[in-house]
Design a protein around this ligand. Structure first.
Ligand code: KG4
Length: 358
């Protein structure tokens, strides 16, 4: 009998649904929400309303693209947390309703574990054929144990992955996440939300040494990004005072390449902070298989720096394809598939949670 898992991801501002059949990814549909752009960040109430509008068409499309009827489903996997409660409630309630109506088990997935499981996605030939960017791309699966740098809009952690169901956070941010530092610094430069991809793009034309920024001095493998955000803000404030202007656009007219140089300086500093701790953890634990996951792993500077460091340190480096870095249903379906094989189901009254550790 086939094992067919349908997943629902709704932890933040992307509504996503994927179908995995016998371990192969058949479909992965994502509806992103544009409504937040004008606010420079995700507005939780608007996010949950948009999830309500998107969830039915997204699930329908995922089943259709997979060529699967809902009667064939073996289980429903859903993101239980961490994330925005209102957003999670929409996905959780929908998953429960679907599982109940089909008399099939429900599987809860931790969103952060889902990001790590993106490294184990096996797209089916049909899925690859309809996603040209995946053609010729090999997704190599790291052997256990490995270290994963998990960097997203809400989290920055180093996780030791011992098995699919055994992960240990060995370091994490004590305040902001790396993605938040990208997004907030982009906002003060007047760039659209989410700022990470913009900073990535502008950095390519900038001088990373132009504006030195503060780096935290954190113990063990922990991170902190709030001081860097302040340092960035003060750099911009001091430049405005020096040039006697009150607006970043006017400042950018006065200082050639201002935004590009600020972006490059910020991106290089964030990458340096992230990789210094990964290098230390890898050395201390004697682990040479190093992966990166989460939305910030889409950053081209981080990807290049990991490959470079991997060469120097003799690591095996694992970087997921772009389409599986930011929030997506495929990673939740993958995590759900392993839980299904372990008969690890959850109760119908499992409530979503906003915060958690792995
Ligand atoms: O994993 P994700 O989609 O959502 C969370 O679970 O948080 O991550 C979103 C974060 C945002 O902060 C966004 O700016 C960042 O990932 N991001 C990037 C890039 N693409 C997305 N940051 C830097 N460079 C990028 N290319």
């Amino acid at each position: 009998m086939d094992t067919v898992i349908l997943s629902i991801e709704s932890s933040c501002d992307d509504t996503s649904c994927a179908v995995i059949k016998n371990g192969l990814l058949m479909s992965n549909v994502i509806a992103s929400q544009k409504v937040h752009e004008e606010f420079g960040g995700v507005v939780p109430e608007l996010a949950s309303r948009a999830h309500q509008q998107n969830i039915m068409p997204v699930v329908d499309a995922a089943l259709k693209h997979a060529g699967v009827d809902k009667k064939e489903l073996s289980a429903i996997a859903f993101t239980r947390g961490p994330g925005l409660l209102g957003s999670l409630l929409v996905g959780t309630s929908f998953a429960k309703g679907l599982a109940l109506s089909l008399h099939i088990p429900l599987i809860e997935v931790n969103h952060l574990q889902g990001h790590i499981m993106a490294h184990f996605i096996d797209p089916s030939p049909d899925y690859v054929a309809s996603n040209p960017k995946l053609q010729g791309v090999t997704i190599s699966h790291p052997k256990m144990p490995f270290l994963c740098l998990l960097v997203s809009g809400g989290n920055s952690q180093i996780v030791k992955v011992n098995a699919y169901n055994d992960m240990q956070i060995i370091g994490q941010t004590i305040d902001d996440a790396a993605g938040e530092a990208f997004d907030k610094c982009a906002k003060v430069m007047g760039l659209p939300y989410p700022g990470g991809p913009w900073i990535d793009k502008l950095s390519k034309e900038g001088d990373p040494t132009r504006y030195p920024l503060a780096k935290p001095n954190m113990p063990h493998y922990d991170y902190s990004f709030s001081g860097l955000k302040t340092s960035f803000l003060y750099t911009l404030r001091d430049l405005m005072r020096e040039y006697k202007v009150e607006n970043v656009d006017v400042l950018a007219e006065r200082i050639p390449n201002l935004r590009e140089d600020l972006c490059a300086s910020l991106q290089t500093t964030i990458i340096d902070i992230l990789l210094t701790k990964v290098k230390k953890a890898a050395k201390d634990l004697g682990i040479t298989r190093i992966a990166v996951a989460g939305g910030v792993s889409a950053n081209s500077g981080l990807r290049d720096a990991m490959v470079e460091m991997g060469k120097r340190q003799h690591w095996d480096v694992f970087i997921p394809p772009f389409s599986f870095t930011t929030d997506n249903g495929a990673m939740i379906a993958q995590a759900g598939y392993y839980k299904f094989l372990d008969h690890d189901f959850c109760s119908i009254d499992a409530a979503p949670y906003a915060k958690t550790t792995i």
